[in-house]
Design a protein around this ligand. Structure first.
Ligand code: ARG
Length: 463
């Protein structure tokens, strides 16, 4: 049998302490201790409000506040003896408060329940994570912007199906990721704005008969307003699910960039060189420099999306209002948040440190008949051919170059004319990769001037 301490909170109704296995399945202190700072902030706001509304005396509120500050100091210094018998962070804090200040501690829980307490704590915690994710995203975007700026006009192959498609610029490719992470940033901000309502004062589920001031606590904790419906306030975990959804999409983006870095840093590509700080060696193959950080970032989507799915399944079908199922929300969010922050920081470090190999990029840019579309466009523009016919003629020229084992610009004018007699010397002007990228001046296109415009727009937004 476990000890009897946990019955102190509801001892009136219970004769015996919980079975050890009951205690083990019930306790959340092993992980929700991470909510200590938020729990104490919530309690301080609540106690101040109870005094301001005359529900408890000023002297009790003062004692409670001092005591809570002392408890937090103990927890932060690592000198706090967490008790499993006390189940969760809320009861651990309250029990210790009682030891420190005595009788007034018992008044703190007036007009409150652990249901609105945990919902408040967890919102505060998730809100901090959204802010941290926003900062991590901005740092990563700045690193990508710096790369884009350095190589706004460096040519490289653009791919579809991972087959050479058309030449693009390095800056353009970097800025594609800035767009993705920019959307993540806006999702982070949307989620934060929507979740910033305070559950405190919803009490167990129905509200309270005490004359509390929910605006006051909401404001003290930095919320925009109190949650409007007490049943919803204690049973809503959308804010956690939105965080996990935003984190999942962001982790998916990270995994795509990570995959490109793995490919690009290979000996076959050599598009980028990763710094030693973000690479590892092999214990047996001396030549190896492995992109482990990129591989691990690529994998993080697995656990983050897993957390999203897990919490969605926990919440599915739960009747109103609070059910203990909801205690299962925390570990998923903690793990996802830790790993998202780590992945963002590691990606920022890798992108910041990596060197794009301009020559390898340029050499690859011209291979694989990457300017075939430019040739077809020339046939349309200069000779007035329908695009379908131009496509066909270009295909024949590509096949000819392939047979000869050369690139398109290496075909002689006579060879070209054997396929279409109207072709002139002018065609060679569009077959070079530089010309190709410079010509793609359409809005959002790969021309360096367009890329620089994108860079300027983002720099103005995130500095
Ligand atoms: N540890 C609980 C949780 O994380 C706190 C709320 C408990 N409420 C209750 N009525 N048992 O959800």
């Amino acid at each position: 049998m476990a000890d009897q301490t946990s019955n102190r909170m509801w001892g009136g109704r219970f004769a015996a302490g919980p079975d050890a296995i009951m205690e083990a399945i019930n306790a959340s202190i092993g992980f929700d201790r991470r909510l200590a700072a938020q729990d104490i902030a919530g309690s301080r706001a609540h106690a101040a409000m109870l005094a301001a509304t005359g529900i408890i005396s000023d002297s009790d509120a003062e004692a409670i506040d001092k005591g809570l500050v002392a408890v937090l100091a103990e927890i932060e210094s690592g000198n706090f003896a967490f008790s499993t018998a006390l189940e969760d962070i809320h009861m651990n804090v309250e029990a210790r408060l009682k030891e420190i200040i005595g009788e007034p501690a018992g008044r703190l829980h007036t007009a409150r329940s652990r249901n609105d307490q945990v919902a408040t704590d967890f919102r505060l915690w998730v809100r901090e994570q959204l802010d941290a994710a926003g900062e991590g995203l901005e740092a990563l975007m700045r690193a990508l912007l710096a790369q884009a700026e350095a190589g706004a006009d460096w040519v490289m192959p653009g791919f579809t199906h991972l087959q050479t498609a058309q030449p693009v610029t390095w800056g353009h490719h970097m800025m594609a990721y800035v767009e993705m992470f920019g959307r993540d940033l806006s999702r982070v901000r949307d989620a934060r704005a929507r979740m910033n309502e305070c559950p405190l004062g919803a009490a167990a589920l129905a509200g309270t008969s005490f004359p509390i001031d929910r605006e006051m606590t909401a404001q003290a904790l930095g919320f925009d307003r109190p949650c409007a419906n007490s049943l919803d306030a204690v049973s809503d975990r959308d804010f956690a699910l939105e965080f996990l959804s935003v984190a999942s999409i962001c982790a998916m983006h990270l995994s795509r960039l990570a995959e490109e870095l793995v490919i690009w840093s290979s000996a076959q590509f050599r598009f980028v060189t990763l710094s030693d700080r973000f690479s590892t060696g092999s214990s047996i193959m001396p030549q190896k420099k492995n992109p482990d950080a990129a591989e691990l970032i690529r994998a993080k989507i697995g656990r983050i999306f897993g957390a999203n799915t897990a919490l969605m399944m926990v919440m599915k079908g739960l009747p109103l209002a609070y059910s203990k199922d909801m205690q299962e929300d925390k570990e998923q969010v903690f793990d996802a948040a830790d790993n998202l922050m780590l992945a963002l920081a590691a990606m920022e470090g890798m992108v910041h440190d990596m060197t794009a190999n301009r020559d390898s990029l340029a050499a690859a840019a011209g291979s694989g008949f990457s300017t075939a579309t430019d040739l077809a466009d020339w046939l349309v523009r200069v000779l007035g051919l329908p695009f379908r016919e131009a496509h066909h003629i270009t295909g024949a020229l590509v096949a000819m170059a392939e047979r000869r084992g050369c690139d398109l610009p290496d075909l002689s004018l006579d060879e070209m004319r054997s396929v279409h007699p109207g072709i002139t010397d002018d065609v060679y002007n569009v077959l070079g990769v530089e010309n190709s990228v410079n010509s793609r001046m359409s809005l959002g296109g790969t021309a360096p001037a367009q890329v620089r415009a994108q860079i300027e727009r983002w720099k103005a937004k995130i500095g």
